[in-house]
Design a protein around this ligand. Structure first.
Ligand code: AMP
Ligand code: ZN
Length: 114
């Protein structure tokens, strides 16, 4: 847990946010600045600065991916496809230093990204 971290505050329900999914380990909510018709942020409740700081043997990454699958099925984007994105560090354009995945879908997504 990190006192000043915005995603920790969301996970602790200190910033009122509608969760589209919650279990004991993760929460998911709509991105405040959506880049696609479906744009969900999926975070662990436990603070990790980025994917780089998750210890070996911690199964939170596989759990986040399985939750992404579940949300993709629930929102319907699994039918046509989607993108699961993790931005890491400065060049990865990570702006919130709390591990998170973006689940994007509902329109054709371009490749390569900018
Ligand atoms: P990243 O650039 O990968 O660190 O992504 C951070 C994402 O969090 C951005 O897409 C922001 O729009 C999103 N975001 C930041 N604050 C909030 C918030 N309070 N509620 C929902 N999404 C947020
Ligand atoms: Zn945090």
């Amino acid at each position: 847990m990190s006192e000043d971290c915005i995603f920790c505050k969301i996970a602790r329900k200190e910033i009122p946010t509608e969760f589209i999914y919650e279990d004991n380990l993760v929460v998911a909510f709509n991105d405040i600045n959506p880049q696609a018709p479906v744009h969900v942020i999926i975070i662990p409740k436990e603070h990790h600065d980025s994917i780089l700081t998750v210890p070996a043997g911690d199964d939170i990454i596989s759990h986040l991916h399985l939750v992404a699958n579940r949300i993709a099925l629930k929102t319907g984007i699994a039918k046509t496809g989607f993108r699961l994105v993790n931005n890491c560090g400065k060049d990865g354009n990570q702006t919130v230093p709390h591990l998170h995945y973006h689940l994007l879908g509902g329109r054709p997504l371009l490749w390569p990204p900018g």
